[in-house]
Design a protein around this ligand. Structure first.
Ligand code: E4P
Length: 220
């Protein structure tokens, strides 16, 4: 049975730990901005995240040439068995993805904003593709349309590359990702917590507890 996987898009270990403790964490995606925000050495952070989350943990290369990306990819993969190398969607990156696929190293191709970019990543043998829906919405383009087109293209040719709905900003993106049948949605901690919210849940619980307490009932 397949199900939509929840990844956390952060390098904050406290946030990652909280979602892991709920049993709902399937993976983590970090990016250079997240890593910079921690103020800690990158290796230390990635290793700690991999100790909390046994699912795929994306760590991004920062070189923009193929050789540099390959060297960084091999290094970050040596830190833990569940590290996935995030590679930007540029020609040098796609070349690196092909070589890494042949070496059996998993890749997450990032900064994808078009269906044809996603096609390049799949043809190169990417493990994951990350279309950035929120950033497309920011420029008045419907980000989820991109996800739907990629899903159709990958389905047409039975590509194995999994779609990560990235740059998800809140419950609406998560809802649409699940409705579209995307494999994974990666979201900030704040967006994850908002998935629980519904005013009728809060009001309903308050009333149930008030009635219960007024009757003086007990379970234990
Ligand atoms: C993807 O893996 C990126 O880290 C991330 O989703 C970017 O999100 P943002 O557009 O909210 O920065």
């Amino acid at each position: 049975m397949s199900f939509v996987k929840f990844f956390l898009d952060t390098a904050n270990v406290e946030e990652i730990r909280k979602v892991a403790e709920m049993g709902l964490l399937d993976g983590v995606t970090t990016n250079p901005s997240h890593a910079a925000k921690t103020g800690r050495p990158f290796k230390e952070v990635v290793t700690e995240i991999c100790g909390i989350c046994s699912g795929p943990v994306s760590a991004e290369s920062i070189s923009t040439d193929t050789e540099g990306m390959l060297a960084e990819a091999r290094e970050v993969c040596s830190w833990a068995p569940n590290v996935v190398v995030k590679i930007p969607l540029i020609p040098e990156g796609i070349k690196a993805v092909r070589i890494l696929a042949e070496e059996g190293i998993k890749t997450n191709v990032t900064l994808c904003f078009s269906p044809t970019q996603a096609l390049l990543a799949a043809k190169a043998g990417a493990t994951y593709i990350s279309p950035f829906v929120g950033r497309l919405d920011d420029i008045s383009t419907t980000g989820m349309d991109l996800v739907r087109e990629i899903a159709q293209i990958y389905d047409n040719y039975a590509y194995d590359t999994e779609i990560i709905v990235a740059s998800a900003r809140g419950p609406q993106h998560v809802r649409e990702a699940a409705l579209t049948g995307a494999d994974i949605v990666t979201m900030p901690y704040d967006a994850f917590t908002k998935l629980f919210n519904h005013p009728l849940t809060e009001v309903g619980l308050e009333k149930f507890l008030a009635d219960w307490n007024a009757a003086g009932l007990q379970i234990l």
